[in-house]
Design a protein around this ligand. Structure first.
Ligand code: RP5
Length: 207
């Protein structure tokens, strides 16, 4: 099987970065990969969750953004570029990645589960991009673990990645708690409004 030069360039880049032994504080903490750029709209929830928690996107491995916590993203196709999938999974630890979020669609959504096997023991959170992808993402045999969210729930994948990182970083734990608290107060506010305005008043308030 031939490797396209553009793909080989990416593989070389990943391997070069892995050899740099960079300070983990300067490398991406979360790697987001997806089978196609057509998955981006669904996968955007992971970016939103991480940004909500103070993560910034790192687009240059050698020049990290100011934020201490970062994520990166790549398109990696399990079936069209398996060699890139291997390179990403195999270099992830040396590139300082702590957790991978992997999304794929279609009935053979193999990127999350294959990456989980290759990158082990780095945790991989699988995102089935479509409903029909759920079985292939979560269907791992005993001894080959993957964590997964429901179809399309990439926001939760971002939160789960942050939860893993928060066990060693109190700053992220605080951000997670603040996010949770804001959700609780939203429910509290709307509950009080529904009660105090009554159903008709509640329905009319935004008209
Ligand atoms: C698209 O093809 C899906 O959304 C999937 O993520 C992507 C990649 O599939 P493979 O190239 O790995 O087969 O339909």
């Amino acid at each position: 099987m031939t490797t396209a030069p553009e793909v080989q360039d990416l593989i070389d880049r990943l391997e070069t970065e892995a050899d740099q032994e960079r300070d983990p504080a300067e490398t991406p903490d979360v790697g987001i990969i997806m089978g196609s750029d057509s998955d981006l709209d669904v996968m955007a929830g992971a970016y939103e969750a991480l940004e909500e928690l103070g993560f910034a996107e790192q687009t240059d491995f050698e020049n990290p953004p100011e934020s201490r916590f970062t994520f990166e993203s790549y398109v990696v196709s399990a079936h069209r570029t398996p060699e890139l999938m291997y390179a990403y999974g195999e270099t992830a630890a040396d590139r300082g990645i702590d957790v991978i979020i992997a999304g794929a669609g279609g009935k053979s959504a193999d990127l999350p589960n294959m990456t989980a096997s290759i990158a082990y023991p780095i945790p991989v959170i699988g995102v089935p991009v479509q409903e029909k992808s759920v079985d292939s993402v979560i269907g791992m045999p005993t001894g080959a673990p993957i964590t997964a969210v429901d179809a399309g729930k990439s926001f939760n994948a971002g939160l789960s990645a942050a939860q893993i990182i928060s066990r060693e970083h109190g700053e992220i734990e605080q951000q997670l708690v603040a996010f949770h608290d804001s959700q609780l107060s939203d429910v509290g506010e709307v509950s009080k409004e529904l009660h105090d305005l009554g159903i008709d008043g509640f329905r009319e308030r935004d008209e």
